[in-house]
Design a protein around this ligand. Structure first.
Ligand SMILES: [Zn+2]
Ligand SMILES: [Zn+2]
Length: 126
């Protein structure tokens, strides 16, 4: 993939902000450096980067996509109350991949499990 300066900056922003931001949030962050960039350009670059496997796209409980600059295998936890997406370790990935590869005959490259529930910030709010 050819790298434009915009795309590089989008990637850097994602890697520095491990909050699984939405495209709008990425746009807000990028505008601090590139005030003239459009939301459409941010969307287009985010989609290109995720299609190429350079970043990951995760659908939140609200149906809105969020983006993740951490492409090393890891699981996610989505809080059903606040919608925040948290990173979890990649614990159990190797076992699961082996197990499912053996039962399905598929070649399994990545393991990305999304768990849902209530995060500790929302638990303490109650
Ligand atoms: Zn929460
Ligand atoms: Zn993540």
């Amino acid at each position: 993939m050819k790298y434009s300066r915009q795309r590089e900056l989008i990637l850097k922003t994602l890697q520095e902000n491990r909050i699984h931001p939405t495209a709008e949030k990425v746009y807000d962050l990028i505008r601090q450096t590139l005030p003239n960039i459009s939301l459409a350009t941010v969307y287009r670059n985010l989609n290109r980067l995720s299609d190429a496997g350079i970043i990951r796209r995760i659908e939140g409980v609200d149906g809105i996509f969020r983006f993740d600059g951490e492409i090393h295998e890891h699981h996610h936890f989505i809080c059903k109350k606040c919608g925040q997406i948290y990173d979890l370790s990649n614990e159990g990935c190797e076992d699961l991949k082996e197990k499912f590869a053996a039962t399905s005959g598929f070649i399994i490259d990545d393991c990305d499990i999304t768990l849902q529930g209530t995060c500790n910030k929302c638990i303490t709010k109650n």
